[in-house]
Design a protein around this ligand. Structure first.
Ligand code: PEP
Ligand code: MG
Length: 324
């Protein structure tokens, strides 16, 4: 099976009825390991910038960050690279920037931290912009957005970084800016968010955690953590259709996109791209090459009618076995 999958990696992620589903890769460290995927993917859907920050002894400076980001952008150009601004807090701690809280997942996380420390965000945005000079494939993604003011504030800092760099003789175009949809509140603010951003990227890991009120890392409640919970799937279907109504590009970069059954559901719902860890690509590509878009749409209709996570899992397992 591994050999079959390996062979298929060079073929397009196209369904039997001719629909091309763009697949992207999530990156963090070691760009070399994934750069070879370039001919088989549509870009980097999520570069988690906090990952390189976790292995240094202090905040990397602007030069150092520029080198890191340039590496990513160059390795994949002209394909888009979606760089997420620092998403620390929650379970991701920097040894040199400890955050101690009783409820870290409900606390000082992602954009909340970087807007409280604009000097940190400015260095990061300047480094991203400098790294993108002459390449034009940078997109910026904002994590943990809960309200539109955060988007406005981040956009203002980005604007300031562009102006500052221009005054220093570094002329760069304004990159597209995306909002992560991972806090349930954003589901009810899509119109207002769409006015302020260029694309949505759904973080199904956190969206699942926050919709179900289940800590994604707590083994005691691990059985309850399920991205195929009917409420999560219903939210995902709404996100796909509302984004279409708003004419907003929308992709998914959480683990659900890297699960073959999950990927088929997301394709059937109408998401524009699926971004996943590199090891998930072969099985997702194989699933897409075996299941038509119309079958995937039918799978969505069937699945959305089910009431419990267990029923959903059993149904997906049964259909996946048919297609194997
Ligand atoms: C997510 O929440 O689904 C996501 C992609 O981001 P992270 O896993 O880094 O929180
Ligand atoms: Mg997240």
């Amino acid at each position: 099976l591994a050999e079959v999958l390996e062979h298929e990696q060079h073929l397009p992620s196209r369904t039997p009825d001719g629909y091309d589903m763009p697949l992207m890769v999530n990156t963090g460290l070691a760009v070399d390991a994934v750069a070879s995927l370039k001919p088989r993917i549509s870009g980097v859907g999520l570069y988690r910038t906090e990952v390189p920050f976790m292995v240094t002894e202090r905040f990397p400076g602007e030069q150092e960050q520029t080198r890191l980001y340039r590496d990513q952008l160059e390795s994949f150009a002209p394909l888009p690279v979606v760089m997420r601004t620092l998403d620390i807090g929650g379970d991701k701690d920097l040894p040199y920037f400890p955050i101690e809280e009783a409820n870290p997942f409900l606390g000082w996380r992602g954009i909340r931290v970087t807007l409280d420390h604009p000097e940190v965000l400015m260095v990061q945005l300047r480094a991203m912009l400098r790294a993108s000079q002459g390449l034009d494939n940078l997109q910026v993604l904002l994590p943990m957005i809960t309200n539109v003011d955060e988007v406005d504030a981040a956009q203002r800092l980005l604007e300031r970084a562009i102006v500052e760099l221009g005054e220093e003789g570094v002329v760069v175009p304004r990159p597209k800016v995306g909002v992560m949809i991972e806090v349930p509140a954003t589901l009810y603010q899509l119109d207002a968010l769409a006015e302020r951003a260029d694309f949505f990227s759904v973080g199904s890991n956190d969206l699942t955690q926050y919709l179900l009120a289940v800590d994604r890392n707590n083994p005691r409640v691990a059985d309850l953590y399920d991205a195929c919970h009917p409420a999560v799937l219903s939210a995902m279907a709404t996100l796909a259709s509302e984004s279409r109504r708003l004419d907003m590009p929308v992709s998914v970069c959480g683990e659900l996109a890297g699960d073959p059954a999950g990927a088929l559901l997301l394709m059937g719902m109408g998401f524009g791209a699926l971004s996943m860890n590199a090891p998930s690509l072969p099985r997702v590509r194989a699933a897409i090459r075996r299941v038509s878009l119309s079958d995937a749409q039918q799978l969505v209709d069937q699945t959305l009618r089910l009431d419990s996570p267990g029923e959903v899992r059993r149904h997906l397992d049964a259909r996946m076995a048919e297609w194997d």
